[in-house]
Design a protein around this ligand. Structure first.
Ligand code: ADP
Length: 194
């Protein structure tokens, strides 16, 4: 199996690049943001609870997202590999993911981190809010709160993978195709060194 984490702050382009990467490398896309939004759309108890938290720009509890990822791994026993997007977002989630992958006798090959300036992130998120219908993208206060959460709880997740020498940083500004080409170059390098 070949498993990757696409990492970066909100608005760094993880969702956009994930769509292209899963086609290129035949991976199964696991986005906790998408999984949560489908719970919201289905008006499930989990979705209703998660929406209130997401609309404040905060992270939903670790046990909720870890449970969702665990079920998704179980539901895809024949996947060639997984592309994790928006997960893990805390150190607790990172440790839980390692344990889950260990049980499947696999691991994370690399964490690819998209680097984008704060100013560009806010601009992109508010622009996305004009058309996406995502209630957490509409207001600058919520967008900034998500970035605060990222710096407080999520950016440390890169340190967790750095200790295993698994982090690659990619410049996340430029056209979608330019960034995709940079990602493919790194991933091909990783695949060739396996
Ligand atoms: P973005 O990267 O633009 O913030 P996501 O779709 O990844 O968008 O996440 C949207 C929201 O969903 C987050 O602000 C958070 O509330 C919740 N969320 C998504 N993934 C996680 C996670 N792994 N842990 C906790 N909360 C999460």
């Amino acid at each position: 199996m070949f498993n990757l984490i696409l990492f970066g702050p909100p608005g760094s382009g993880k969702g956009t690049q994930s769509e292209k990467l899963i086609t290129q490398y035949g991976l199964k896309h696991l986005s906790t943001g998408d999984l949560l939004r489908s719970e919201i759309a289905g008006k499930t108890p989990l979705g209703i609870e998660a929406k209130a938290i997401m609309d404040k720009g905060h992270l939903v509890p670790d046990e909720v997202v870890i449970g969702m990822i665990s079920s998704a791994l179980e539901a895809n026993p024949h996947a060639k590999g997984f592309l994790f997007d928006g997960f893990p977002r805390t150190s607790t989630q990172a440790e839980a993911l390692d344990k889950l992958l260990d049980l499947k006798k696999t691991s994370i090959a690399a964490m690819i981190a998209l680097a984008v300036s704060e100013e560009e992130l806010v601009k992109r998120l508010l622009k996305r809010g004009e058309t996406s219908g995502r209630s957490d993208d509409i207001n600058e206060g919520i967008v900034r709160e998500r970035l605060v959460e990222y710096h407080k709880k999520t950016s440390v997740v890169a340190d967790y993978y750095k200790q295993f020498d698994k982090v690659v940083v990619i410049a996340g500004e430029g056209t979608v195709d330019e960034i995709f080409a940079r990602l493919c170059k790194e991933i091909d390098g990783i695949l060739n060194n396996k």
